[in-house]
Design a protein around this ligand. Structure first.
Ligand code: 4NP
Length: 151
């Protein structure tokens, strides 16, 4: 299983999602590839946001080896599951391709917790207090994804 976490900047939400998921699959011993990317290019090459690094560290997860990259059309071929943090990410991802095989791989990440609700993981970039909530949401979603996809 190859999973790609996608947000807008690839510095706040998707690096956390990548770090949480990678830590869980390594602990369990699942041979999954986990990566992340942003639909936008503004932060390419940058470390995750310091507030994401901090909330990850408080939870025993190191994400400082990550650098932001922009989502490529080729990612839709490479990955099996492409997880959007919010509905605008979802629409931006689908805009890269008309291929139904690609479209079938793209999901809203919180639908693994509440199927069909299309709940957004709120963008915490302008909200210093948003990171704890984002961490908890992504942690719950990653548990559900593993539960659903690992058997
Ligand atoms: P992310 O958060 O999509 O969770 O990485 C953002 C990071 C940067 C910006 C917006 C959202 N920005 O506008 O630069």
């Amino acid at each position: 299983m190859k999973i790609l976490m996608v947000c807008l900047g690839n510095i706040c939400r998707s690096p956390l999602a990548e770090g949480i998921m990678r830590t869980k699959v390594e602990t369990i011993g699942l041979p999954w590839l986990v990566d992340s990317a942003g639909t936008g290019s503004w932060h390419v090459g940058e470390l995750p946001d310091p507030r994401s690094i901090q909330i990850a560290r408080e939870n025993g997860i190191n994400i400082t080896d990550q650098r932001a990259r922009q989502l490529q059309k080729s990612d839709l071929d490479l990955f099996d599951l492409i997880l959007a943090m919010d509905s605008s990410n979802y629409n931006d991802i689908l805009r890269l391709s008309n291929n139904p095989d690609h479209e079938a791989k793209v999901k809203m990440i919180m639908n693994f917790v509440q199927p069909g609700y299309n709940q957004n993981v709120p963008d915490p970039y302008w909200d210093d207090n948003g990171f704890e909530k984002v961490f908890q949401m992504l942690d719950a979603a990653c548990d559900k994804i593993i539960e659903e996809m690992s058997h």
